[in-house]
Write a protein that binds this ligand. Structure first.
Ligand SMILES: O=C(O)CCC(=O)C(=O)O
Length: 273
């Protein structure tokens, strides 16, 4: 038995490349976080997933606190060990009756991490179910350890910026990642996953947090940053991120924009290569 996960759950994660549902907090706390996100959207006039990319937590102390939530880190520790870094986080939201979707992909495509060992926790800030477009996973698809061929479609309804898509997936093998608000799932950066449009009358919002052990490094560009959430950075592959003193901290906003520019340039270069 780990701190949160049973041995069976850890084995299932290793075998299938994802795990769900794992309780984190109650619906009231999820609603409070949703309200904060929607207050930010009202202030910026844009969806949080558009304005705050790759490192959405950087300018918001309460998102840093969510990433370092003790129970979440206990579950992460059960999978990757006691030294835990977070190199990124992103919102994935679909509005009521929203045609936008996420095509079949592996996260690893533009990450540039070696080894490809990111553990993503997808925290449900609303319920996520088959009606509102929850994620679907292909069990065991991470096991090759390789990146599959992705076609870049640039479809405007695809929430993935480059519309990267693995073709020919046998969808009969897909498993729905149904979560209640306040629960989370884990998936490996190699696991094939997707999500269909939202056919419900409310938003579906998830917060995707990318954790690694410190031996994992960024290979696409120098100067990558990460937050040490627990334990120690025993390898020194990552620079320290600035910590926000308040929402929209200007130093952190600049760091966020610089990090996104770096990732964008790296993914364009990877595509051109
Ligand atoms: O939220 C979604 O629908 C997709 C999320 C995703 O692709 C991810 O967290 O890696």
């Amino acid at each position: 038995m780990g701190k949160v996960l049973t041995d069976t759950e850890v084995s299932r994660y290793r075998d299938e490349g994802f795990l769900c549902p794992i309780p984190l907090f109650g619906a009231a706390e999820a609603r409070a976080i949703r309200a904060k996100i929607e207050a930010i959207e009202a202030k910026t006039g844009d969806e949080a997933q558009n304005r705050f990319r790759i490192k959405a937590h950087l300018p918001f102390p309460w998102l840093g606190a969510l990433i370092c939530h003790e129970r979440l880190l206990d579950a992460v520790e059960d999978i990757i060990g006691p030294d835990i870094l977070c190199w990124g986080s992103s919102f994935f939201s679909k509005n009521a009756r929203d045609p936008r979707y996420v095509s079949w992909h592996q996260d690893t495509t533009y990450y540039g991490l070696k080894p490809r060992d990111t553990l993503t926790a997808w925290v449900a800030l609303t319920d996520a179910n088959t009606q509102n477009g929850c994620m679907k996973m292909i069990p065991g698809s991470h096991r090759s350890g390789e990146q599959a061929v992705h076609e870049e479609t640039f479809d405007s309804n695809n929430l993935l910026t480059r519309g990267q898509t693995i073709k020919g997936i046998d969808e009969t093998k897909a498993v729905d990642v149904v979560l209640k608000a306040g629960e989370f799932s884990f998936h490996s950066e190699l696991t094939y996953h997707s999500s269909p449009p939202n056919q419900s009358d409310d938003r579906r919002i998830g917060y995707s947090i990318h954790y690694i052990a410190p031996h994992v490094r960024q290979t696409l560009f120098p100067g990558a940053t990460a937050m040490v959430c627990r334990g120690r950075d025993t390898y020194g592959h990552w620079l320290t991120e600035p910590a926000p003193r308040e929402d929209f901290d200007p130093v952190c906003m600049a760091a966020l924009d610089a990090a996104y520019a770096q990732y964008k340039a790296a993914s364009q270069k990877a595509t051109a290569a």
